[in-house]
Design a protein around this ligand. Structure first.
Ligand SMILES: Nc1ncnc2c1ncn2[C@@H]1O[C@H](COP(=O)(O)OP(=O)(O)OP(=O)(O)O)[C@@H](O)[C@H]1O
Ligand SMILES: [Mg+2]
Length: 229
C-alpha cells in the first residue's frame, strides 16, 4: 500500500462568492499525498489552509480543477456521496473540539459509529483508552480539560477507522504541553492505523514533526518540504 496516492489535486481552485464579491481562496493547487503520510499545512492567515482542508474533507465543493480523494474524483460528487465518504473514510479534528456537550467522552466517540451503523462499540472504548482517557470515559465535556477534550475528539475522528484524518489548527486552544501530546498521538496513531494525516497549524515546532510541510501563500503552494527526522 506504500506510495499509494490517497489525495491528488490538479489546478484545484476555490472561489467564494459573497454578494458581488469573488474571493479566490485557492488559485491552482497541484498536490499529491500518499497513504500513511503526515503532512503539515502552514501559511499566513487567509492563505487557504482551512479552504483546502474543507475541500479534501468533502465539506465544500470545488470551483474548478480536479480533486481525487481515495481514488474518487470529487468533481461529480453530490452531497449524499460526499457525506458517505466523510462518514466512512475521513476523520476530523477542529480547534474548537466540537464535542456534543450533553454526551460523555465515550458517547461522543460512539456517535459517528451509530451514524455509520457500526455495531462494534467496544472499539470506541478501546480508542478512549488508547488516547489515555480510560478514567474519563463517563465525563461530560465540561468535566474535562481542553487537552482531554481534544484527545476525545481524536478518538472520535478514528471511530469509523478512517483512511485520512484532517485537523484544522488542532492545538490552537491548547498550551505547549498539551499541544505536544496531541502531536505525539498523531504520530503514534498515524503509524498504528496507517493513517494519512493532514494538519494545518501556525506552530512551526509542531509542523516540522510531520513527514512533510506544505506552505501555502495567497492560495498557492509556496514550498513543499520533506522533513528529515
Ligand atoms: N465562506 C467564505 N466566504 C467567503 N470568503 C471566505 C470564506 N471562507 C474563507 N474565505 C476567504 O478565503 C481566504 C482563505 O481563507 P481560509 O479560511 O482558507 O484561510 P486560512 O489559511 O485557514 O487562514 P487562518 O490561518 O486565519 O485560519 C480568505 O481570504 C478568507 O477571507
Ligand atoms: Mg483556517
Amino acid at each position: 500500500m506504500e506510495n499509494t496516492q490517497v489525495i491528488n489535486t490538479k489546478g484545484l481552485k476555490k472561489v467564494y462568492r459573497l454578494y458581488a464579491e469573488e474571493i479566490a481562496a485557492l488559485k491552482g493547487i497541484d498536490l499529491s499525498i500518499n497513504k500513511g503520510e503526515f503532512v503539515s499545512i502552514m501559511g499566513p492567515s487567509g492563505a487557504g489552509k482551512t479552504t483546502f482542508l474543507n475541500l479534501v474533507g468533502c465539506l465544500d465543493h470545488i470551483t474548478s480543477g480536479d480533486l481525487t480523494v481515495l481514488g474518487k474524483n470529487l468533481n461529480s460528487f453530490d452531497d449524499s456521496r460526499m457525506r458517505d465518504l466523510r462518514l466512512h473514510h475521513l476523520g476530523f479534528v477542529f480547534q474548537e473540539f466540537f464535542l456534543v456537550k450533553e454526551l460523555t467522552a465515550l458517547e461522543n466517540v460512539e456517535l459517528p459509529m451509530l451514524f455509520a451503523d457500526n455495531k462494534d462499540l467496544s472499539w470506541a472504548k478501546h480508542l478512549i483508552e488508547r488516547v489515555g482517557l480510560g478514567k474519563r470515559m463517563n465525563h461530560l465535556p465540561k468535566e474535562m480539560s481542553g487537552g482531554e477534550m481534544q484527545r476525545v475528539a481524536i478518538a472520535r475522528a478514528l471511530a469509523n477507522k478512517p483512511d485520512i484524518v484532517l485537523a484544522d489548527e488542532p492545538t490552537g486552544n491548547l498550551d505547549t504541553k498539551n499541544a505536544q501530546s496531541i502531536y505525539d498521538l498523531f504520530r503514534e496513531l498515524g503509524k498504528e492505523e496507517n493513517l494519512t494525516i493532514i494538519a494545518a497549524t501556525h506552530n512551526v515546532k509542531l509542523a516540522y514533526q510531520a513527514d512533510r510541510v506544505v506552505h501555502l501563500r495567497e492560495g498557492r503552494i509556496e514550498k513543499d518540504e520533506i522533513v528529515k527526522h
